[in-house]
Design a protein around this ligand. Structure first.
Ligand SMILES: [Zn+2]
Length: 395
């Protein structure tokens, strides 16, 4: 029997715990949006089941079977995947005003512009990042003029430590790290010194360095030894010279040591160099998998082998990576690397309601490396809708 006293005290408890228990006590919890009937895959909680996802006030309010939508906006996700919003840690989204809106349609709710600009024009990319609807930050190119056709740091004077430090000091809130592009056509003989300077700057602000590896003059092992915990190696599948595998198909010891000390390895699909199926096969055979996927996105991505982040993820379904692991690398793993994404990459109740609705289609799909070699896979992920801070956009 419930007497008046216990009824009152439980009501008191409900008021005291209003923030967390409001929906449990209210007769009909009200949500802003309910995503109905999708296959929810949330690697952060090892969840893979058909569930509804309810959103209120821009946050995940509930993940359960058969949530009554009431007057909430409904998204029919039957037959689709519902996953945390995708995080792309190597893009050039901030090069253009229209970039952020374009990647939002691909399911991307968080991105990093990786070194499009250096100290001289960093404010241009920061302005785009700040006006983006998503969580967005930029990496500053150690080359003060940013990406140059003749090579960012072919002239070593462009790797200007003081200019880079001053630019970061002016923009601490927007700059998430330092980018060092090291291939022979970007840095030439200067690769090692360029990375040493990038690290000098990054360390003084306690920021990570992201290196663009592959086709360098200095052996990769020597470069990688300059990396600290939390740094990122992008273009990890780059073909020789100086790939992460040796001629015998073994991952080089410096790469294994770097992973052990907490250096991240990222795909960085891109459009030239960076990926060739035969090198990828060797790295797969050596059982060395990426921590994160990224597109190296530019506004023309749809006309290249990149297409979008879900397409880059699909290449790894073809290579044999389980779906749950593929989703993890574009969500929870990516969110660990930069503090701006803290608490994201998950569908945990209370997390920001950043969600991607993807269509996993079966069929024959052609995937390109960056040397125009085609491979056929039998599944591909297509973006169909994005929820950012609780607001729904269709692809
Ligand atoms: Zn890039």
């Amino acid at each position: 029997m419930i007497n008046r006293r216990s009824l009152l005290s439980s009501a008191g408890a409900a008021i005291a715990g209003a923030a967390i228990s409001r929906s449990a006590f209210a007769a009909a919890p009200s949500y802003d949006l309910v995503i109905k009937g999708g296959r929810v895959i949330d690697p952060s909680r090892r969840l893979d089941a058909v569930r509804d996802v309810a959103v209120a006030n821009g946050r995940i309010a509930a993940v359960a079977a058969d949530i009554p939508a009431g007057g909430a906006q409904m998204v029919d996700a039957r037959g689709k995947l519902v996953v945390p919003g995708l995080v792309d840690i190597h893009t050039h989204t901030a090069r253009t005003r229209e970039g952020p809106g374009m990647v939002l349609k691909d399911g991307v709710t968080g991105w990093i512009d990786a070194g499009s600009q250096g100290a001289d024009h960093i404010e241009d990319t920061i302005a785009v990042a700040k006006s983006a609807p998503q969580q967005a930050r930029v990496l500053i190119n150690i080359g003060r003029a940013g990406i140059l056709p003749e090579g960012d740091t072919m002239d070593l004077n462009r790797a200007d430590v003081e200019a880079c430090r001053n630019a970061i000091a002016r923009n601490r809130d927007a700059i998430a790290g330092v980018k060092a592009r090291l291939s022979r056509d970007v840095a030439g003989q200067n690769d090692y010194e360029v990375l040493r300077r990038a690290q000098q700057v990054a360390t003084s602000f306690n920021l990570p360095v992201m290196i663009h590896m592959g086709q360098t003059i200095t052996p990769l092992g020597k470069l990688i030894d300059l990396l600290k915990r939390g740094d990122v190696v992008t273009h990890m599948y780059a073909p020789p010279p100086n790939s992460i595998v040796d001629v015998n198909g073994r991952i080089i010891p410096e790469v294994l040591a770097a992973r052990r000390r907490g250096v991240w390895f990222d795909v960085g699909n891109g459009q030239t160099g960076h990926m060739r199926w035969d090198t990828i096969d060797q790295i797969v055979k050596a059982n060395f998998w990426p921590d994160t996927f990224s597109t190296d996105w530019n506004t023309n991505a749809h006309m290249t082998g990149v297409i979008d982040l879900p397409n880059c993820m699909s290449k790894f379904l073809m290579l044999g990576m389980p779906l749950q692991d593929v989703i993890a690398r574009a969500t929870v793993n990516a969110a660990k690397i930069f503090p701006v994404f803290q608490g994201r990459g998950t569908l945990a109740v209370g997390a920001p309601a950043d969600i991607a609705v993807l269509d996993l289609r079966n069929g024959d799909y052609e995937f390109l490396d960056n040397f125009n070699n085609k491979r056929t896979g039998h599944q591909r992920l297509f973006p169909t809708g994005t929820i950012l801070a609780g607001k729904y956009t269709t692809a």
